[in-house]
Write a protein that binds this ligand. Structure first.
Ligand code: SIN
Length: 290
């Protein structure tokens, strides 16, 4: 068994793991230590991982089944549907719609009935400065609410809507229409119990339109409060990428935001695998009727 090192990255969440080389198979006891660190710290950083797509996929599969990125087929890596290119390099000779992925606080694929369990992002190219990603701890966001607010949220469901993905209006209209067709609005519980840790986390984001049973006008102030509260500085880690970093995050108890704080004429090229989550959502009309 390799001895792993764990160094915390912020008070809110995140830890750097040392002593793991993802170009090699990871033995079971090392993997168990990594998984425990993931549950404890929510976001893990592995530096210096110059891995191939096969190695990226092999490690990701240890954590669960992988999404095939069917809603974004143009940006799958050739021959590797499990790998999504988040890139400002041209894809198929055209500007990439994924160059502005993640520009509002979100949890991956929350606008589907199977919100992602986790994501593993490997940095291949980066601008000389910026292109950072921020993460926030949604357990802390929940635990620091008043007991009265927790009671109000306990039975609420939130409507997650792909139309609220930042910048979706600037994407190829045909592809956007397809994304909306594939992902009609879906409702998820606002308070989510993590299936592995048993802890409660807030599950809202800037991709939520309203609460089930409430109007948008009634929902908006509460949603704005929850998002502001959840992204308080003390819950947040800001990652400054290095080439070959691999970050893995747990979408069930974090949100993240990819910052546009860089010169877009410089390449930023990232490869992501996405772990399929358990089906917790209901189509909005179905939830509304309940
Ligand atoms: C994402 O998965 O939302 C993109 C994160 C990033 O590109 O930093």
């Amino acid at each position: 068994m390799a001895t792993i090192g764990i160094r915390r990255l912020s008070n809110g969440l995140g830890a750097e793991i040392t002593g793991v080389d993802l170009r090699q198979p990871v033995d079971d006891s090392t993997f168990a230590a990594v998984e425990k660190a993931w549950h404890d710290h929510l976001v893990l950083l592995f530096r210096g991982q110059d891995i191939t797509p096969d190695q990226h996929i092999a490690f990701s599969r240890r954590l669960g089944e992988l999404d095939q990125h069917g809603s974004n087929p143009r940006y799958r890596l050739d021959d590797y549907p499990e790998i999504l290119q988040i890139t400002n390099l041209k894809v198929g000779g055209k500007p990439s719609d994924t160059r502005n992925t993640g520009r509002n606080w979100h949890s991956d694929l929350s606008y589907t009935r199977h919100p992602a369990k986790g994501s593993l992002l490997n940095c291949r190219q980066k601008p000389d400065v910026g292109g950072d990603t921020m993460f926030t701890n949604m357990y802390m966001a929940y635990e620091t609410l008043s007991e009265r607010m927790k009671a109000i949220l306990e039975d609420l469901w939130a409507v997650h809507d792909v139309s609220l993905v930042a910048g979706i209006g600037e994407r190829d209209p045909e592809k956007t229409a397809e994304m909306k067709r594939l992902s009609p609005p879906v409702a998820h519980p606002v308070v989510r119990v993590h299936p592995d840790t048993g802890r409660k986390a807030l599950f809202v984001s800037q991709r939520v339109r309203s609460f089930v049973g409430m109007t948008e006008a009634e929902s908006r102030p509460i949603l704005d409060f929850l998002c502001d509260h959840a992204t308080s500085h003390e819950f947040v880690y800001r990652h400054q990428w290095q080439v070959h970093d691999l970050l893995m995050w747990d979408n069930r108890c974090t949100m993240h935001l990819a910052l546009a704080d860089f010169d877009q004429s410089q390449p930023r090229h990232m490869l992501r695998t996405t772990l399929l989550g358990e089906p917790i959502g209901r189509l909005y009309n179905e939830a509304q009727a309940a």
